[in-house]
Design a protein around this ligand. Structure first.
Ligand SMILES: *Cc1c(COP(=O)(O)O)cnc(C)c1O
Length: 231
């Protein structure tokens, strides 16, 4: 099952890249493994997946301990300040920074470990009330402030597009966030690059790639439906 799913996702990514005239190497597939058992992550690992995304600190730390060292871990979920120190230095990229206070805490913990931590700023591009992320209007000011923190490097933007039946409905949002990243690049802010655009999930990653995604975060399309009910 998982193997077939991965082949399908890989084929779709290749198709979207081709359509957009992009090289496959420009897009990183992050397998979103939240709620899934370690055995399934191991299966994906055996199929050469090296990037995994998780949204809960405890689950993330437990999986890091149980799986091989050459995995790149992505923190994609809302992060509480009191949990920052548990993941600093263990994850390759934090996708979900949306307040200065959170960035400040990351900076403090990074300084203690003498490391520089790469992050993305999460933008609520559709302005949905139910979602985390800074508004498009406030993103630039936040980025200018975070850029002054010495032990953080802003590498780009992340967004979670609305849940839609037809992925074409999200194209407008992917275009908007791409444009925002270009606007930010043009400001030439020290310590800020816009090399990463983390956007696109199972329902819409092909459209996201066509609009410039460099990271797609695919869960259901690889691991199947999630069951949140406690057994
Ligand atoms: C769960 C999740 C995903 C994956 O969603 P699917 O629809 O299962 O592909 C991607 N990004 C974030 C931030 C998530 O929380």
């Amino acid at each position: 099952m998982l193997r077939e799913n991965l082949m399908q996702v890989e084929e779709n990514i290749a198709k979207a890249c081709q359509k957009a005239g992009r090289d496959r190497s420009e897009v990183t597939l992050v397998a979103v493994s939240k709620t899934k058992p370690v055995s399934m992550l191991q299966e994906a690992y055996d199929e050469k997946i090296r990037h995994f995304g998780e949204n809960k600190v405890q689950e993330l730390c437990s999986k890091i301990e149980q799986l091989p060292d050459d995995i790149h871990w992505h923190m994609i979920g809302h992060l509480q300040r009191n949990k920052v120190k548990s993941i600093i230095g263990k994850v390759d990229l934090i996708h979900s920074v949306d307040t200065y206070r959170l960035a400040e805490e990351i900076n403090i913990q990074a300084k203690k470990k003498h490391i520089v931590v790469p992050i993305l700023v999460e933008v609520n591009i559709a302005g949905e009330e139910s979602k985390f992320g800074i508004s498009r209007e406030d993103a630039i000011l936040l980025i200018e402030d975070i850029a002054l923190l010495e032990n953080i490097r802003i590498k780009g933007l992340m967004t979670i597009a609305p849940y839609v039946e037809d992925p074409e409905e999200n194209r407008q949002y992917f275009k908007k966030i791409k444009q925002l990243s270009v606007d930010i690049t043009n400001k030439n802010i020290d310590n800020v690059s816009m090399e990463i655009l983390s956007m696109g999930m199972t329902g819409d990653y092909m459209v996201a790639i066509e609009e410039g995604a460099t990271i797609v975060r695919v869960g259901t399309g690889i691991f199947g439906q999630r069951n949140y009910k406690q057994e």
